[in-house]
Design a protein around this ligand. Structure first.
Ligand SMILES: [Fe+2]
Ligand SMILES: [Fe+2]
Length: 272
């Protein structure tokens, strides 16, 4: 799902590398039509400007954009984020960032809750510990952007999204474990999908930032899913299908409130 960036040694960017980078940009645009105009312009601008001071950094940055494949995330989800949600998000950047910041904190907290709940599952402990650390780093990065933009971080009324999924988690073990992991996978996958579609619509700083989050969020979705399968003897595809439908309804049904995971915007929507 995520192809690792090719390692670049200490050699400088040759004309051959520049040609290769240009070629990769064209392939990228063909492969990801949603990352079209704005993103391509940003990428070209980035390559040109940073190449003067650090050709290697520019090439590395370029490679990261090109080598992230989110198709497994799209295949896992039951629907694409509606265009009307993306339009609303672009008009509510402060709320988007405040809520995003809070969600990174929640993602770290959820990982630690899983560690406390299942201490005998060593692979889960290692995976969730790493995930929690990454989410807290994301939290700090969003908080820095909020501070830079002089947007006050504050408590907002939470979205209905996670609650709708959590309400369907079965209460008895080992069912509770399987459902919790599947819910975690859907939340991570939807976050990744929204970063992907939002990135080319935002300003250069947020485009770069949201693109940089794609790789880890795509991996987090697989981490949860792998754990669900690893510690379960039975087939979990029915439960994945069940939660896919719940998640799909949460995304496509009208939602009076705008949040990072909110549903279909309504004409009189509340951002508070
Ligand atoms: Fe994150
Ligand atoms: Fe994540």
């Amino acid at each position: 799902m995520v192809t690792k960036s090719s390692s670049i040694s200490n050699r400088s960017l040759s004309s051959c590398d520049t040609y290769l980078a240009s070629y990769k940009l064209i392939i990228f645009i063909i492969r990801y039509p949603l990352f079209t105009h704005d993103f391509a312009i940003f990428s070209m601008h980035r390559l040109r400007t940073t190449a003067r001071s650090s050709k290697l950094a520019a090439f590395k940055c370029f490679n990261e954009f090109i080598l992230i494949d989110c198709q497994p995330v799209f295949d896992f989800l039951g629907c694409k984020t509606p265009d009307s949600w993306l339009e609303t998000a672009c008009k509510n950047i402060p709320i988007l960032l405040i809520n995003h910041c809070y969600l990174e904190q929640c993602a770290a907290r959820n990982a630690v809750i899983m560690m406390n709940r299942y201490p005998s599952k060593t692979d889960l402990l290692l995976s969730m510990s790493k995930l929690a650390r990454e989410e807290l780093i994301h939290f700090e990065r969003v908080l820095k952007i909020l501070n830079k933009r002089e947007i006050a971080y504050k408590a907002l009324k939470p979205s209905r999204y996670a609650g709708l999924l959590q309400a369907e988690v079965r209460k008895q073990e080992p069912d509770k474990f399987v459902d919790s992991m599947i819910v975690g996978a859907f939340i991570e996958a939807r976050s990744c999908e929204r970063f992907y579609h939002l990135a080319p619509l935002l300003d250069a700083e947020l485009t770069k930032f949201y693109t940089s989050l794609l790789q880890s969020e795509a991996r987090h979705f697989e981490d949860y899913l792998d754990l669900a399968k690893k510690y379960t003897q039975s087939d979990i595809s029915d439960r994945i299908d069940f939660f896919r439908e719940i998640e799909r309804n949460a995304i496509l049904s009208p939602d009076p409130q705008f949040r990072f995971h909110s549903g279909m915007p309504m004409s009189h929507q509340s951002a508070a």
